[in-house]
Design a protein around this ligand. Structure first.
Ligand SMILES: Cc1cc2nc3c(=O)[nH]c(=O)nc-3n(C[C@H](O)[C@H](O)[C@H](O)COP(=O)(O)OP(=O)(O)OC[C@H]3O[C@@H](n4cnc5c(N)ncnc54)[C@H](O)[C@@H]3O)c2cc1C
Length: 465
């Protein structure tokens, strides 16, 4: 199909030669399946801000809404403050792996998800070669993922938490912890919450605070959290384009990302089809690359778009607005993640998988784990139970994230990245193992062979120091 003449999926609008929309709202025209806003921007929330609650959740992204859902479902009194109004944009690649899908299905959102764009696996491209890699068979995870905008996804999960009984306060921002010990390991005790529409602030006291305010986590920093700079972080940028290939059932990763001079840069570029006329296109790089600080992600994105396969029809004429980017705190690099009455979840705790930059699944998972410890603390009346949260994170992710971070240090060297990718592209078996390891989808009965590949990766990473 020639560029400029795209047809859309059953649910999407026609985008024949679509001009770039100027605003997020216009981009939102392509998202007809999103649950409608309960409160429009600028409208007062319909509920009054409660003065106290059992659990106060700060931020209604994946981590906060998952924590709120599990606690509300168990009958606890949960208040979630979200500074924006749903549906709201969030800079993301919009890719859900089987790990994310599992969590969403566990929250009862399987039917809602099935209305969105499902994909079978990954098409990896590099150095002129191409491999189609299906999601592996796994007893705990399905063999499919979805691509869904965060405007839609985050609204779905936040509404799910609300339906389970959580009080969701949109347009309400947590400004500062209430506790006197903030910044020195003392309790959070709740938060000062500012209601944007009225310009008023209220104290909301809470027995437990779950900090889920994302990668910049001002609230977490106010409680004394900081990033461990020895662990690499990521930087990524993405934009939307209309494309005739918008309804492909494979997501695409380009593992030989290049700058404008054609030099290979450690990182990858992606094209994720949304099935509604659009594709999400972006690039990600890691801070272990020595030229990291001088990298201009907008220019890298332009270079990627100009080199992407012509059949995607990516270019200024198909771009839907300006790209936007953000930081990826990875490998549990932010801490302490637990204090006397609070825990940090998702990006606020640096919970992104360093291997692939995936953070949505880990937001859902850490939110769910935090909810379990918060529930136990409330039931026993003993907040020391929260100490188990950190131990559980270490048990679940510690070794895996440590190896992944070390591996990313190695991959920060363009030559090492080139060697691995160019070798891998000649071996389907190696690439299938890499996909399984990097997406954290190893079966227990595969631990033998997986350990061989994983061990080789770990040794390589150790060699790199
Ligand atoms: C360019 C890019 C592409 C990415 N692509 C993918 C991908 O394809 N797949 C994937 O799995 N991950 C991806 N990620 C990572 C993913 O976006 C994050 O890991 C994920 O959003 C983390 O969820 P969270 O709930 O911790 O934080 P967030 O999603 O950032 O949610 C935080 C929420 O808190 C709110 N908030 C912040 N401060 C306050 C406050 N003081 N008071 C009240 N509310 C507040 C915010 O408005 C927001 O709604 C990408 C990241 C980037 C930057």
């Amino acid at each position: 199909m020639p560029c400029g003449f795209t047809t859309t999926g059953a649910n999407g609008p026609s985008t024949h030669g679509a001009a770039a929309p100027a605003t997020d709202q216009e981009v939102g025209r392509y998202a007809p399946r999103v649950p409608g806003p309960v409160h429009d921007e600028g409208h007062a929330p319909t509920r009054k801000i409660p003065r106290s609650c059992e659990v106060l959740v700060i931020g209604a992204g994946p981590a906060g809404s998952a924590a709120a859902y599990w606690l509300a479902e168990a009958g606890f009194d949960v208040v979630v403050v979200e500074k924006k109004h749903f549906p709201r944009e969030k800079t993301c690649g919009d890719g859900l792996t089987p790990r994310s899908v599992r969590q969403l299905e566990d929250m009862g959102l399987g039917d809602d998800l099935s209305r969105y764009h499902r994909f079978e696996g990954l098409r990896a491209l590099a150095y002129g070669r191409e491999l189609l890699l299906r999601w592996p068979k796994h007893p705990d995870y399905g063999e499919y993922g979805y691509v869904i905008t965060r405007a839609e996804l985050d609204a779905l999960v936040a509404r799910r938490a609300e339906k389970a009984g959580a009080t969701l306060l949109e347009g309400c921002e947590a400004i500062a912890p209430l506790g006197a010990g903030a910044g020195s390991g003392g309790p959070a005790a709740g938060a000062v919450v500012s209601e944007h529409s009225s310009g008023t602030s209220h104290d909301v006291a809470a027995r437990i605070v779950i900090v889920a305010d994302g990668s910049n986590s001002r609230f977490g920093r106010a409680l004394g959290a900081s990033r461990d700079r020895t662990i690499p972080q990521g930087m990524a940028i993405r934009g939307y384009f209309s494309s005739p290939r918008h309804d492909e059932t494979w997501i695409e990763s380009h593992l030989d990302l290049r700058d404008e001079t054609g030099a290979v840069i450690p990182g990858y570029g992606w094209v994720f089809p949304l099935g509604d006329g659009r594709v999400n296109v972006g690039i990600g790089i890691v801070s272990s690359f020595e030229r990291w600080k001088s990298m201009n992600t907008s220019r890298l994105m332009e270079a990627f778009v100009s080199r992407a396969p012509a059949s995607w029809c990516l270019g200024p004429e198909s771009a839907l607005g300006e790209p936007s980017g953000g930081r990826l705190p990875m490998g549990l690099s932010v801490g302490p993640r637990q204090g006397p009455d609070y825990v940090l979840v998702g990006d606020a705790g640096g919970a992104i998988n360093p291997f692939n930059g995936e953070g949505i699944a880990y937001g859902y998972e850490t939110g769910r784990i935090a909810a379990a410890f918060a529930a136990e603390a409330l039931l026993t009346g003993d907040n020391r139970v929260l100490e188990g949260y950190e131990a559980k994170l270490t048990e679940n992710y510690g070794l895996y994230f440590k190896t992944a971070s070390a591996f990313m240090r190695l991959m920060g060297r363009p030559e090492a990245m080139r060697l691995l990718v160019s070798t891998g592209m000649y071996s389907r078996t190696l690439m299938e193992w890499l996909l399984r390891i990097m997406s954290n989808l190893i079966r227990t009965d595969e631990i033998g062979p997986a350990e061989l590949v994983y061990g080789a990766i770990a040794r390589l990473a150790q060699l790199a120091g």
